[in-house]
Design a binder for this molecule. Structure first.
Ligand SMILES: C[C@H](N)C(=O)N[C@H](CCC(=O)O)C(=O)O
Ligand SMILES: [Mg+2]
Length: 362
């Protein structure tokens, strides 16, 4: 199975309601899709999210990296030489984790097809069903309460509450939501770097003192501020999850060795795909540090790849794989099966995509 063509396209899907974090607001998802076709007619798909405020990668840079740099090097390479192709991918240019992730996904999709097995089984096959949380965008507390109640009515057992805009109001947000939904539903909060270290300690301690029972707090401080992250982790009881601070396996190693966070959020857009995500899993597992698999605003193409990783590994104990549920349409037939909070993996070879609509190829 040799790579014959690498195509790049754009997928555009409106959201059900604006997705708002301390870092950005998204109304319409516009991501890059990669389609790799082999000489045997097999097709592998991947996706790169436009999340420049986190990864630095934007539409033009992602397309350029794939069309001008990575794509041409892949032509004629055999999927059986998997390690060599992945090595080529990661050494073709530094950073650019989103285009690398899209190519890595498409290669894993083909790898599964080559060996006639679903990817998650080839990676370890620990489980074939996962349960995702759902994200509540940061808005006025009243609107967040309404959104939280609707999510609980749909059966979600974990809510990921976006905060990090203003710590006093954040406290009100979490208090109001906890009062409205009770204690049978888990709350995790994601500040998306919005607090400084002292504010973070103060607000998390206030939440602890008020008995708000947070499962964890994600990325309280700036991505670069590992000392600040450690200060927060050392000074609160609530577990701290590193997200934007952890891209590479080396980032994970540094965070874990310094005990700067209690857990790691793995996202394919940060690691550059499944290959490096597996390295983070091994590092974390060696230290007994549990991981979450998260996502950017991505369609079911990216989320199917993330779900296969999440299902494969025991050390991944938490899932924030909700972005398809935030979209108004799903143009992807096949792949992971979403039934609100429940995600089932397809047993078809690779990622099991059947057809993908809505893509405009360059
Ligand atoms: C969509 C997912 N639940 C999520 O909240 N991801 C964010 C970043 C997503 C983005 O800005 O596209 C996160 O965990 O920080
Ligand atoms: Mg996050």
């Amino acid at each position: 199975m040799k790579i014959a063509q690498v195509q790049v396209g754009k997928i555009k899907i409106p959201l059900k309601k604006p997705f708002k974090t301390a870092l950005r607001e998204v109304r319409v998802l516009e991501n890059v899709v990669v389609k790799i076709t082999t000489d045997t007619g097999h097709i592998g798909y991947g996706e790169a999210a436009i999340t420049q405020v986190i990864t630095g990668d934007f539409m033009g840079s992602i397309k350029g990296a794939i069309i001008d740099e990575i794509g041409p090097k892949l032509i004629g390479r055999s999927i059986e030489d998997f390690e060599s192709i992945i090595d080529l991918l990661h050494n073709s240019l530094v950073n650019n984790t989103s285009p690398k992730a899209a190519i890595d996904m498409a290669l894993y999709d083909l790898f599964g097809q080559q060996y006639n097995a679903p990817v998650y089984k080839l990676l370890g096959g620990y489980r074939n069903e996962i349960i995702t949380d759902i994200t509540i965008s940061v808005n006025e507390p009243e609107e967040m309460v309404e959104d939280s109640i609707k999510a609980v009515e749909k059966g979600y057992k974990t809510l990921k509450i976006k905060v990090g805009k203003d710590w006093k109001k954040d406290l009100k947000r979490i208090k109001a939501i906890r009062e409205a939904i009770g204690y049978n539903v888990k709350i995790r909060a994601d500040a998306n770097q919005g607090w400084n270290p002292k504010e973070a300690v103060m607000v998390i301690r206030k939440m602890e003192d008020a008995g708000l029972d947070l499962e964890l707090v994600e990325q309280p401080v700036k991505a670069y501020d590992i000392e600040g992250l450690k200060y927060v982790t050392d000074n609160v009881i609530t577990p701290i999850l590193a997200d934007e601070s952890c891209f590479s396996p080396l980032d994970a190693l540094k965070i874990i060795q310094n005990r700067a966070a209690d857990m790691i959020n793995i996202k394919l857009m940060k690691t550059g795909g499944i290959y490096n995500a597996l390295k983070i899993c091994s590092i974390a597992e060696s230290f007994g540090v549990e991981c979450m698999v998260g996502c950017m605003m991505e369609s079911k193409i990216g989320l199917t790849a993330a779900s296969h990783l999440a299902a494969a590994k025991k050390i991944i104990s938490r899932y924030d794989l909700d972005s398809p549920n935030l979209l108004a349409e799903d143009p992807i037939i096949g792949g992971a099966q979403y039934n609100e909070y429940q995600i089932r993996l397809s047993e078809k070879p690779g990622f099991g995509f059947e057809s993908i609509g809505n893509i405009i190829y360059d």
